[in-house]
Design a binder for this molecule. Structure first.
Ligand code: PHE
Length: 362
């Protein structure tokens, strides 16, 4: 091939590169030019038939062509990649201000229990509490023994426990019957001062109009060297005012008994019912929402804390109960029935995250 022929081949190839409309077409051009059976390979094959002198100058000319084509290919490849990216970005543009299209996606809502958990977390976080967690499947030790409920203690019967099969080491795990084992986990893993809440699921073998075998509690625990019963009452009153979003919440503290607190109390909230509507802070009906008290010295000993030095309070509140009260839902079982109509009526907007500043349930 003569020098002018080489020039015109180079011109053709550069033209083809310049006019390649997309990356796939460009790859075709590359294979035709530089591939195993392409133009450059064919030119190289001709080298063998040439004299040593011709071979040198022809080889150089082919190399020059190859370099020019490679450089043009690379430049075009970058250009086309940029264009492909811009096209893709433009195609994927979404106007987030558009309303959600009707259809199954628009049905999604936040379950009142999730909403109420977020509200509770927000209120206690504002008071300086952090979140603690524990598993639903607990050891007998954490759920009972460490909480001053030894084997054979009558309180174990009250809990209608779901037991698992015995393990090889003779222990029997349980589905936690309350969130109180998170107290034990927290005190074993951290040194006082402690200020935590622990929301989560709990399980009891019990089912009727006001009981479901799975329900939700939030545990609270404060341990330091000076916290007393007055602090407990204040925290619970402040919580109720913030949660129910009214200044006058009627609360009743009744003496009670729990093996893990001393003294112990149960707290009721006053409400009235007009027809199916529940009003908080009025009327003379009471709903029990929580148990609480000062952490029992035996519990502190069980987690190797000195009761002469440390003290504090704990409470366990029924999340489903306070959700019913606040949002006026009459039947607890509907919470777990997964009825779309119910969820549509009582559910919350996914983007309306509760904050104290913006209003918890607005
Ligand atoms: N764990 C108790 C229950 O489920 C509630 C409670 C928690 C009481 C913490 C006192 C202190 O009934």
């Amino acid at each position: 091939m003569s020098a002018p022929e080489l020039d015109s081949l180079q011109g053709e190839l550069l033209n083809a590169i310049a006019s390649a409309p997309d990356l796939a077409k460009l790859e075709d051009v590359r294979i035709a030019a530089l591939g195993r059976k392409g133009h450059v390979a064919a030119l190289m094959e001709q080298l063998g038939a040439l004299s040593a002198h011709e071979r040198r100058s022809f080889g150089q000319a082919v190399n020059t062509l190859k370099d020019a084509v490679s450089a043009a290919l690379e430049q075009k490849r970058q250009e086309l990649t940029q264009i492909a990216l811009s096209v893709q970005l433009a195609a994927e543009q979404a106007d987030v201000t558009l309303p959600v299209r009707p259809g199954p996606l628009a049905e999604g809502s936040i379950h009142p229990v999730s909403q109420v958990m977020d509200e509770i977390t927000e209120i206690f976080a504002d008071m300086g509490f952090s979140i603690a967690e524990g598993p639903d499947i607990e050891t007998d030790f954490n759920n009972f023994t460490a909480l001053n409920i030894p084997p054979e203690h009558p309180a174990r019967q009250d809990h209608d426990t779901f037991y698992f099969a015995e393990r090889p080491d003779g222990t029997r795990p349980v589905l936690r019957t309350h969130t109180s084992p998170v107290q034990i986990r927290t005190m074993l893993a951290n040194k006082p001062p402690l200020r935590v809440i622990a929301p989560g699921r709990v399980y009891r073998s019990d089912s009727d109009q006001t009981h479901t075998p799975m329900f939700h509690q939030v545990e609270g625990l404060v341990i330091d060297e000076e916290t007393h019963l007055g602090h407990l009452k204040w925290v619970l009153e402040e919580f109720c005012k913030a949660f129910f979003e009214i200044q006058d919440v009627k609360m009743r503290f009744r003496a009670s008994h729990f093996p893990f607190t001393e003294p112990s109390m149960e707290v009721d909230i006053g409400y009235s019912k007009q027809g199916d509507e529940i009003r908080i802070g009025e009327g003379d009906q009471w709903l029990e929402i929580l148990g609480c008290g000062m952490v029992h010295p035996n519990v502190l000993r069980n987690v190797e804390l000195d009761p002469e030095r440390y003290q504090g309070f704990a409470f366990g509140m029924g999340i489903d109960r306070i959700a019913m009260l606040k949002y006026g839902m009459p039947d607890l079982r509907a919470f777990f029935a997964g009825d779309l109509c119910w969820l549509k009526h009582y559910g919350f907007m996914p983007l309306a995250v509760p904050t104290l500043a913006a209003g918890l349930s607005s």
